[in-house]
Design a protein around this ligand. Structure first.
Ligand SMILES: NC(=O)c1ccc[n+]([C@@H]2O[C@H](COP(=O)([O-])OP(=O)(O)OC[C@H]3O[C@@H](n4cnc5c(N)ncnc54)[C@H](O)[C@@H]3O)[C@@H](O)[C@H]2O)c1
Ligand SMILES: O=C(O)C(=O)C[C@@H](O)[C@H](O)[C@H](O)COP(=O)(O)O
Ligand SMILES: [Zn+2]
Length: 372
């Protein structure tokens, strides 16, 4: 095992540590044991992750005196639903989980968001631990306590802020992650550079290829830098009320609309939608005269070099979709009254919250883009 990196999330009595190391799964039981009263742990996971990594998790937990009760769900975005949530809550209640216990989420962002929400509402709040297994979950979704499910109206529309008791990320688990999922997770890494860290974006341009190839030092740096960036934002604005955490939504107002339009399926993964959304946010910023066009071109070029799509049309979105995309955006949780804030940029590393964007302007921009 490499020397673990520990990133604290400074949230007072809701604070916790993010532990990152290659090979950390072997020590996960010892890290979880002090966080839960029960010696029998409900581990929520999915049908891809459990056959690959369940035995190693079980060994680690049993070595720490913890029994494991796996709850294995279907993989993919479809599991972030009311139906799966209800079944999961029933299964957890049948296991007699108490508030002093910690439910373990062992999987990607879908498992983490769903399990975290189940933990938030079960008995009005039980403990949980995030054990992310995808690149996306290690750099973003396991940190910060946004939990929830999708509804027919859109993405993450029912949920709660509920912080985990710890995040335990074993980067060795990424070895089994398909390349497409690596690329999707990489988009959320690039996001941190684009928001406020131009030097990190430079690093991504130089080293991103090595992250995608899972070269250990590059993965370690990307995960550490991302977790530090997210922990700082979450500590400053846990509940997205101060125009700070909203910056983590760069690319998401556009991206969530694309996910809704493509039906939350495998046609467009979350990270892939965010990549297109970030490209759109930069092109829109350039079109408004806010951002140098050369910066938008650089962003698009880097995302494309990472194998990510950067235009909605490449995801099969047709030219007539602009009004529907704007209608999806009306469900965005950042909307306050009639104002829908957009995360725009004055350049690479200079994202900001814009509250003067008319939806008619966004619709015209999308229609122009889709017409090519
Ligand atoms: N809460 C947050 O702050 C936050 C942040 C970003 C994204 N998200 C959410 O996260 C979700 C996307 O997460 P994701 O990209 O991890 O998707 P995911 O959870 O669907 O996982 C992607 C795929 O990889 C498989 N998988 C997971 N780990 C694996 C491994 N080690 N080896 C092989 N296969 C593995 C899964 O079974 C799944 O098929 C979206 O719902 C998104 O909205 C939430
Ligand atoms: O943690 C945050 O805050 C984020 O915005 C991170 C995003 O990458 C993530 O996709 C999040 O789930 C989106 O949040 P939402 O509030 O727009 O649903
Ligand atoms: Zn995201």
């Amino acid at each position: 095992m490499t020397q673990p990196l520990i990133v604290p999330v400074a949230l007072g009595d809701r604070g916790y540590d993010i532990h990152v190391a290659d090979g950390l799964l072997a020590r996960a039981g010892a890290l979880v044991a002090p966080l839960t009263r029960s010696r029998r742990i409900a581990v929520v996971t999915d049908e891809n992750v459990w056959p690959l990594h369940g035995a190693a998790l079980r060994r680690s937990f049993e070595a720490a005196g913890l029994g494991v009760h796996p709850l294995v769900l279907g993989p993919g975005e479809a599991s972030k639903s009311f139906t799966v949530l209800a079944d999961l809550c029933d299964a957890l209640l049948a296991l007699d989980i108490t508030r002093a216990d910690a439910i373990v989420a062992f999987g990607g962002g879908v498992i983490g968001d769903l399990t975290g929400f189940a933990a938030a509402i079960l008995k009005r709040g039980t403990g949980f631990v995030q054990m992310p297994t995808t690149l996306l979950a290690m750099v973003d979704s396991s940190v910060g306590g946004k939990t929830g499910i999708n509804t027919a109206a859109g993405k993450n529309l029912v949920g709660a802020f509920h912080q985990p008791r710890a995040v335990i990320a074993d980067t060795a688990l990424l070895a089994t992650l398909p390349p497409r999922e690596r690329q999707a997770g990489y988009a959320e890494i690039v996001k941190y550079g684009l928001i406020n860290d131009p030097a990190f974006f430079d690093w991504c341009e130089a080293q991103g290829r090595r992250v995608l190839a899972l070269e250990p030092d590059a993965v370690a740096h990307a995960v550490a830098q991302s977790c530090r960036a997210k922990a700082a934002v979450v500590a400053a604005d846990e509940r997205e009320t101060a125009d700070v955490r909203a910056l983590l939504n760069l690319g998401h107002t556009f991206g969530h609309a694309l996910e809704a339009e493509t039906g939350f399926g495998t046609a467009l993964l979350h990270g892939e939608a965010v990549a297109i959304g970030m490209a759109q946010a930069f092109r829109f910023s350039a079109a408004r005269g806010l951002c140098p066009p050369a910066d938008a071109e650089r962003v698009v070029a880097h995302l494309a070099a990472a194998g990510l799509r950067t235009r909605a049309a490449e995801a099969g979105i047709t030219a007539d979709a602009a009004p529907r995309l704007v209608a999806h955006m009306l469900h965005d949780k950042k909307k306050l009254g009639d104002t829908l804030p957009f995360i725009l940029a004055r350049g690479i590393g200079q994202a900001f919250v814009a509250k003067d964007v008319a939806l008619a302007e966004v619709e015209r921009f999308l229609a122009d883009e889709l017409r090519g």
